[in-house]
Design a protein around this ligand. Structure first.
Ligand code: NAD
Length: 453
C-alpha cells in the first residue's frame, strides 16, 4: 500500500505534467464520475441504508441525483467556465489584452463528514476536477459502508495518477494535514474546522470550511400551522435530523406554539405512522456515540411529542421539546438529530435579537404570509443561506452559492461556485513589445512634465 508521501508525490508529478489542464481530460473524468453513479446505484443505496438506514427516496434526492446533476451541469458548462474572461481596460492598456484566467490550484485535499457521505464527497470533487486539480479524498471513517465503496470502487473510475482516496480517522487526517496542499476543502464540525484551518495556516494553504451550527426557524403568527408543520417536520426529520441545514429550533409566540403542536403531531403521524420505529421512511442515528449524546438532550425542557428511544436500534423518535431554557445543552450545541425544541418569543424583534445574540448560522428560515416579515428577517440578520416559507430548498439550486458565514464556515460551492472555489483567478495583462514611445512619461528623471501627460 502507498504511504501518504508516495501518494502526494504521484499526484504532484501528475499535476506538474499538465495532464489535468486540458478540457478533454477534465470532461473524461467527469463523464466517468457519472458512470460511477449510474453503474453502482444499487450498491450506493445499499451502503446509505446500512450506514444511516436512509430510505431509497432520501438517498436518491439528497445524494445520488444531486451528485449526478452537478456532474451534468459541469459537463454542459465546462468550456464556458474555463474560458478567459476579458476585462475593461484603461487608456494606457488600450492596445493590450487584459483577462482573468481560471487556473487550477494544484493538489487539493477534500475532507468529508458522514451525514451525506456521497453527496459531500462527489459535489466538491466535481468542482475540483472541472477546475483541473489533482485530488486527495478523505471520506468519513464513521459511515463505513460508503467509505468502502469510495475506497474500492470509485478509484476504478478515475485516473489513478491524479486522484487518490486516503482512509482513516483523526490521526490519519492529522497526518494528511501536515502535508502541503494547494487547497483544502473541509466539511464537518466547527471544532475540527479550527484544527484544519490551523494546520493549513502553517503552509498558507487556502481553505473552504463548510461547518455546522444552530439554524433558527422563525414562525410568524399569521401562518397556517399545518403548512408550516408539514414543511418543518419534513426537513427536521429528513435523514433523521442529521443535516447541517436542518432547522435546529423554532422561534414562535406561545399562541403559535399551541397551534403548531397538534399540527406537528399530525405531520409526524402522516409521514412515519403511529409507531415511527417501524416506518421505512425514518432513518437511524449513525452510531451509539451520537445516540447517547442525543438521548442526553431528550432530558432538556419537556417532551411534547415523541421522546422514545431504543439504544440497540440507534432509534430516536421524531421529538418536539417545549419549555427549554436557553442555558440547557439542547440550546447550546448543534442538535444534529430528530429533536426539535420550540422556543417562545413575544415578537419578530425579540426573535431577531435572539438570533443575533448567537453565532451566524449556516441557514435561517422564516415563515410568514407577510413578505414584509420575511424580508425584515432577511435584512436584520446574517446567515450562510436563507429560505423564506420553506426549509433547505435554497440549497437545491446550483445557481445559488452554498456555504456558511462566521462560525458556520467560509467559502462557497455548488455549480459554477464550485469551479470558482477550486480555481485561482489569475490577473493577466499581455502587453505589446512595440510603441515604446508612449511609455516615456513614466520613466525618471521625473519632472513636472511627467505629471502633465
Ligand atoms: P467531524 O468534524 O467530526 O469530521 C469531519 C471529518 O474530519 C471526518 O472525515 C473526520 O475523519 C475528520 N476529523 C475528525 N476529527 C479530526 C481531527 N481531530 N483532526 C483531523 N480530522 C478530523 O464532523 P462529522 O461528525 O463527520 O459531521 C458532522 C458535522 O459536520 C456537523 O457539525 C455538521 O453540521 C457538519 N456538516 C456541515 C455541512 C456543510 O455543508 N456546512 C454538511 C454536513 C455536515
Amino acid at each position: 500500500m502507498d504511504t501518504i508521501e508516495d501518494t502526494m508525490q504521484r499526484l504532484r508529478e501528475a499535476f506538474s505534467s499538465g495532464k489535468t489542464r486540458p478540457a478533454e481530460f477534465r470532461a473524461a473524468q467527469l463523464r466517468s464520475l457519472g458512470r460511477f453513479l449510474r453503474d453502482n446505484k444499487p450498491q450506493l443505496q445499499d451502503a446509505l441504508a446500512r450506514d444511516l438506514r436512509k430510505s431509497a427516496f432520501e438517498s436518491e434526492v439528497s445524494e445520488i441525483a444531486i451528485s449526478q446533476a452537478e456532474v451534468d451541469l459541469a459537463l454542459r458548462n465546462l468550456q464556458a467556465w474555463m474560458k478567459d474572461k476579458s476585462v475593461r481596460k484603461n487608456l494606457a492598456t488600450q492596445l493590450d489584452s487584459a483577462f482573468i484566467r481560471r487556473e487550477p490550484f494544484g493538489l487539493v485535499l477534500i475532507i468529508v463528514p458522514w451525514n451525506y457521505p456521497l453527496n459531500l464527497t462527489l459535489v466538491p470533487l466535481v468542482g475540483a476536477i472541472a477546475a483541473g486539480n489533482c485530488v486527495v479524498l478523505k471520506p468519513s471513517e464513521t459511515s463505513k459502508g460508503m467509505e468502502k465503496i469510495l475506497a474500492e470502487v470509485l478509484p476504478r473510475y478515475l485516473d489513478p495518477s491524479c486522484f487518490a482516496v486516503v482512509l482513516g480517522g483523526p490521526q490519519e487526517t492529522g497526518q494528511l494535514l501536515e502535508c502541503r496542499f494547494d487547497y483544502i476543502f473541509f466539511t464537518g464540525s466547527p471544532r475540527v474546522g479550527k484544527i484544519v484551518m490551523a494546520a493549513a495556516a502553517k503552509h498558507l494553504t487556502p481553505v473552504t470550511l463548510e461547518l455546522g451550527g444552530k439554524n433558527p426557524c422563525y414562525v410568524d403568527d399569521d401562518c397556517d400551522p399545518q403548512t408550516v408543520a408539514n414543511r418543518v417536520a419534513w426537513f427536521r426529520y429528513f435523514n433523521t435530523g442529521q443535516t447541517c441545514v436542518a432547522p435546529d429550533y423554532v422561534l414562535c409566540s406561545p399562541e403559535m406554539q399551541e397551534r403548531l403542536l397538534p399540527a406537528l403531531q399530525s405531520a409526524i403521524t402522516r409521514f412515519y405512522g403511529d409507531d415511527p420505529q417501524t416506518s421505512p421512511n425514518l432513518g437511524r442515528i449513525i452510531n451509539q456515540k451520537h445516540f447517547k449524546r442525543l438521548q442526553g438532550l431528550l432530558g432538556c425542557g419537556r417532551v411534547a411529542i415523541g421522546g422514545q428511544s431504543d439504544e440497540r436500534d440507534c432509534y430516536i423518535a421524531p421529538t418536539v421539546l417545549v419549555d427549554v431554557q436557553e442555558t440547557e445543552p439542547v440550546m447550546q450545541e448543534e442538535i444534529f438529530g430528530p429533536i426539535l425544541p420550540l422556543v417562545t418569543v413575544r415578537s419578530l424583534d425579540e426573535a431577531i435579537d435572539f438570533i443575533n445574540r448567537r453565532e451566524k448560522p449556516l441557514a435561517l428560515y422564516a415563515f410568514s404570509n407577510s413578505s414584509q416579515v420575511v424580508r425584515q428577517m432577511l435584512a436584520r440578520t446574517s446567515s450562510g443561506g436563507f429560505c423564506g416559507n420553506d426549509g433547505f430548498m435554497h440549497m437545491t439550486l446550483p445557481s445559488l452559492p452554498f456555504g456558511g458565514v462566521g462560525a458556520s464556515g467560509m467559502g462557497q460551492y455548488h455549480g459554477k461556485f464550485s469551479f470558482d472555489t477550486f480555481s485561482h483567478q489569475r490577473a493577466c495583462l499581455l502587453r505589446s513589445p512595440r510603441m515604446e514611445k508612449i511609455n516615456d512619461f513614466r520613466y525618471p528623471p521625473y519632472t513636472p512634465r511627467n505629471l502633465r501627460v
